[in-house]
Design a protein around this ligand. Sequence first.
Ligand SMILES: NC(=O)c1ccc[n+]([C@@H]2O[C@H](COP(=O)([O-])OP(=O)(O)OC[C@H]3O[C@@H](n4cnc5c(N)ncnc54)[C@H](OP(=O)(O)O)[C@@H]3O)[C@@H](O)[C@H]2O)c1
Length: 237
Amino acid sequence: MKTALITGASRGLGRALARDLARDGWHLVIDARDPTALAAAADDISSGGSSGGTGGNDGGNVRAIAGDVTDPAHRADLVRAVEGGLDLLVNNASTLGPTPMYRLAALPVTDLADTFATNVLAPLALIQDVLPSLRERRGAILNITSDAAVENYETWGGYGSSKAALEQLSNVLAAEEPDVAVWWADPGEMNTDMLRAAGEDADSAPPPEEAAAALRRLVTDRLPSGRYRASALAGAQ
Ligand SMILES: NC(=O)c1ccc[n+]([C@@H]2O[C@H](COP(=O)([O-])OP(=O)(O)OC[C@H]3O[C@@H](n4cnc5c(N)ncnc54)[C@H](OP(=O)(O)O)[C@@H]3O)[C@@H](O)[C@H]2O)c1
């Protein structure tokens, strides 16, 4: 059975992707900071997604470990949970930084450091820890980024620069690790807590299940390392 580690899977895109992989028979290790929400999500994922999915998984094996990806002790717990072997790491957990979001002229640099700790340093630390296993099993890494990494939306400079850093880190990693598929992907706008917290009209955005279904193709078709957009992947089906 293939094993995936998905960060930030208690809601939104992470949970939707976890549901899809569980239905495909993957063993999953998932995290999020709020243990209650994470436990509820684990039940939902292992039962095939009664809240929004199509159901019908084969009793997916889900291990939930609550914690913050910026905490080295928590990351060590995650790595221990996959020491039997890992086939896919999804760095999905992310922060916008302080909301309402600041223009760069006023953005406190200590807050930006926290944003980079979650969105860049923690993903890289997890990658470093699981790379030996991924190399051995010819596994894959999916780093979730954003169009804010490449567009110049006002007030999105802190979050966007962290996602740009994650993109370039992924780009170099893809060149350095020929035995591992490295994908960095913009899921597009989704109706989630994050988009709502950004002050956007989340209700008119598509549900995260649509982006998850598109991103699943990276895994099922083992597409080459590179940058992807969920909308383009969905359109190409
Ligand atoms: N929503 C959009 O429109 C949009 C657009 C472009 C890109 N994205 C990207 O898509 C990904 C998923 O976003 P989403 O909209 O699904 O977000 P979301 O609904 O806010 O879910 C975020 C998940 O990550 C967890 N999380 C946050 N910080 C964490 C931390 N430090 N350690 C561990 N878990 C943490 C959250 O649970 P806890 O809070 O309990 O920790 C939750 O499970 C993110 O990388 C985001 O940047 C989103």
